[in-house]
Design a protein around this ligand. Sequence first.
Ligand SMILES: *Cc1c(COP(=O)(O)O)cnc(C)c1O
Length: 381
Amino acid sequence: MFSQAQISKFRELPTPFYYYDLEVLEATLKSLQQEADSYNYHIHYALKANSNPEILKLIESYGLGADCVSGNEISRAIACGFPASKIAFAGVGKTDREIQTGLEHDIFCFNCESIPEIKIMNELAAQSGRKARIALRINPNVNANTHKYITTGLEENKFGINMWELEDVLSVLQHCKHLELIGLHFHIGSQITDLSAYKGLCLRVNEIQNWFYEHKIIVDHINVGGGLGIDYEHHRENRIPDFKTFFAIFHDFLELRPQQQVHFELGRSVVAQCGTLITKVLYVKNGVNTDFAIVDAGMTELLRPALYQAVHAISNISSASPTLKRYDVVGPICESSDCFAKALMLPETKRGDLIAIHSAGAYGEVMASQYNLRDLVKAVY
Ligand SMILES: *Cc1c(COP(=O)(O)O)cnc(C)c1O
């Protein structure tokens, strides 16, 4: 997948680094735009997956809106050209300052996650002399069948407002003169590959909409969140996610009232496959069952394996050896969880070889840390 010319270029760069293939990103954006346009769906890119300015500017140029989960993400989105009228702001713990940032920019919508938050939002909107557009983030109690750390749509999770609280929410809202309810918001989790979870979500949203209808409320916007998974294993074959099938589920199962607009918040599926973490082998050390390939990138550059037991495809892009050997590919950080792969078959590997850790464009660079006082590493395009 990398040409000899690219690999020679990589050899001259200090490792590790994130390599972003903007052609892959553009191909993904074209497909996403085409499939979303066929239903008039609105897409907000979830900045938290990758908030690199180069990448954001490219995404913005395809007309996507932004989904932010912090005040700094709102500022970054605005700085990279996203119009405030396409910015949604979610999160269970928005600070006063962050809410004010959203109010100052008059963003499209605040996704509210609790009654106490709604009350504070109303107060802050009153103080700034504005009216805030809000959507209620409702916990639909739908299982996304994904890793427990990235499931968000179950009643036991901290996210969203539970169904039994909705009567109270409506009575609180009656006294909130500075809030305008414009939407309902849902987000059931991330790296969802069993798409039947989305059918489940649609059916739940239909029920919830009926409940609102009985309370004489029809909102203009239904935001069904993000979470579409990618193929970490077959990253070459399935470089572009199947947006067509994904949107078709919503088209087939979501019941809309006239005028209602559907919004999505996609992060991972937009940026994961365009990024690769390139790292160099420092040492090959003999182990009991397998050898260790100790590389110069660690959990500080890509936390997902340590955090979610995530598996990324890994290749040795500089070894031409015909002999395959078994390696644990590990980083240099003083944590046993700092391990990218166990018992992986690779061409015989030696000091100085370049290793590519694939599908690292989402939740990679954004989660980087300086643990062990390491340097933050660069991105190359
Ligand atoms: C993280 C998040 C998303 C994006 O999730 P992906 O799995 O990256 O598509 C969308 N909406 C909300 C509210 C989120 O927290």
